[in-house]
Design a protein around this ligand. Sequence first.
Ligand SMILES: Cc1cc2nc3c(=O)[nH]c(=O)nc-3n(C[C@H](O)[C@H](O)[C@H](O)COP(=O)(O)OP(=O)(O)OC[C@H]3O[C@@H](n4cnc5c(N)ncnc54)[C@H](O)[C@@H]3O)c2cc1C
Length: 705
Amino acid sequence: MPCWLDFVNFLIKEQVHIYTQYIYIYVDFLYPLSNIMSTINPDLQQERNGATFNPYELTIWWDGGTEKYEKRKALEKLFLEDPELKDDLPLSYMSHREIYENSVRKAVLIAKKLRDLRDIGELSVDTYTALLGGTLGCALLKEGNPLSVHFVMFLPTILGQGTIKQQIEWLSKAWELNIIGTYAQTELGHGTFLRGLETRADYDEKAQEFVLNSPTLTAYKWWPGGLGHTANYAVVVAQLYTLRKFRSLAPFIVQIRDEETHMPMPGIDIGEIGPKLGMKSGNNGYLGFKNVRVPLDHMLMKNQQVLSDGTYIPPKNSALTYGTMMFVRVVLIRDASFALAKASTIAVRYSAVRRQSPIDPNRPEPQIMDHITQQLKVFPQVAKAVVFKATGDIVYDMYAHVSQEIEKGALERLPEMHALSCCLKAVCSADAASGVEVCRLACGGHGYMDCSNFPTLYGMSTAVCTYEGENTVMLLQTARYLVKAYGQAAINPHVQLVPTVAYIKKIINEPKFVGFSGSSEAIVEAFQYVAANKIRIAYERLEQQMREGAIPEVATNRCGIEMIQAAELHGRAFLALTALTELQALSQKVSPALSEIFQLLLELYLVDACLQKIGDFLRFITLTEQDVNGLELHLQECLKRLRPNVVTLVDGFDLHDRILDSALGAYDGNVYEKIFAAAKKSPLNKEAVNASFHKYLKPLMKSNL
Ligand SMILES: Cc1cc2nc3c(=O)[nH]c(=O)nc-3n(C[C@H](O)[C@H](O)[C@H](O)COP(=O)(O)OP(=O)(O)OC[C@H]3O[C@@H](n4cnc5c(N)ncnc54)[C@H](O)[C@@H]3O)c2cc1C
């Protein structure tokens, strides 16, 4: 069977990860030989010697089993040890053009290696996903792979929205990389509001062609990865007009560059959008159309059709298009976990090596990790990495289950899954981006150095807050679902709510939360009370607005603040409950030593999450000052208990040094040597005196003489 059909099968049946260009999955590592052989920093070694559990056991859980672990290690060896895939000069010293050309060179090498693996029957979809931006992909192309959108958006869109005939025609070419595609939806003027997109596709029934135009500057496609100078085809989303009537938005396969010369096709205005905060080698581009003609069968017609005479046949069920979007959002929850795992590994190791400011004036400078405020910054990020991983796995299974139901025509749980995936995408990506920044701050001045890798980590993780559904917009989508559910329960307290919102009924049946004990179970329940009350407030204010005459859309905007707060709390209540059930269940399956670590991480995560929202807790839960004191002291106790094992805990994430790519976070902890070696790479240090001295500084300094 051709390889692309394997891919298709995989996507349809196993529904494993369709990655966006920014997605990185399998977290990796376990002490590469080079690490073991180098001298380990004695402080770090001492931390490892004092650990009470075996990090390998954690790694196996993190990887999803021994088999997956071994496959990952083999893949890392194959790719990370290839000298052609290493950069001698850090990206920051390369020009814009060099960064792009180097990324294309490496992307092609990776693609060739993948073909070699395929030829010997060693290629699995896991390999693709790991290399298209997974932690391994990020090590090889840390600022993005210009071919990613081809695999993660172009191919899946043809698969999800093309007819069988179209799939046969396009998927084989795309899978073999005979053509390179991208996905062009967002425009200069509109991203979130899809109905505002201006690109037009007018059907010419005489020629049986669509005519694509960008009527204004704001209609230019803006952002698609690989669009600038890499792709020669694009799936373009445009306003479809047939028989001079607007029909709907529709996707079209459009050739944008010549297959031989790579010159833009007639009527195509194309380029790259320029430097960005991160994703520097993603080759994001712009695209304008002037009377570009596209054959009728280039519109992807699985869900909606245009007949040759211009008759439009709408999709049977527009809700089905939620599927791919939901899937990507579910995958992004795990990505948030991996971003936090990377950042916290760097910050924890650095905090064990760095010594600063005596705590007891009569004693030497301690490891900065002994400052309790340092622990408060870094340790909760480790706990979040673990909780988001466990949640990502659970939500992934839920998604797989709901998708199977959808396949059979049962759509009941689709809105619930959509609402959950939207708010978790928003909460986890926001927490990951802020967690990365907290870890950077925890590394002081050196965290600000490019060689810490925090700038890239932040650039990559904060991008997730915007793409695949901007976070505020995601929260608003969830909130609409939540207030509807609350409304049903308020009108009929006996109504059966779906599992993830069933807790809302608690505050209707028992408005008062009594007897907060401070236990993990109590915090989870309290989170649900807080979330349910926030949803109640959003609902009541919305109703009030409408009673005063506002139309629902205006009322929603006026209550937007209450709505996003409700959705955020709903996400946090779900995370708290999942942390409780999953980490407790995991604790039953592992050694007593690791079980203790999971229990501790659970406590730390919950107490920290609760204190972060203490204002909301005080508002809706009867808490005494003693209760709050108890929570604060519990948090401090968790930090103290985690301190002896935290280095080994991040070792268990098993992130290869190349994946961390940080002078501060390497396994051997030789931080100062690595920072110095990184500084030595500066091209300015290749000469003792820079020409600017003679040209500018000296004339200035001597001008008064
Ligand atoms: C790194 C990166 C890669 C990307 N890759 C691609 C790609 O390959 N292909 C592609 O087509 N696109 C891509 N995009 C575009 C991305 O999908 C959009 O940026 C995203 O959907 C947000 O849309 P926007 O930029 O128009 O933001 P806007 O929608 O303009 O948002 C701006 C602000 O307005 C607020 N806002 C907007 N609508 C509402 C509302 N209804 N209620 C309340 N507040 C609102 C938002 O919360 C935000 O604060 C990429 C973007 C990035 C950053």
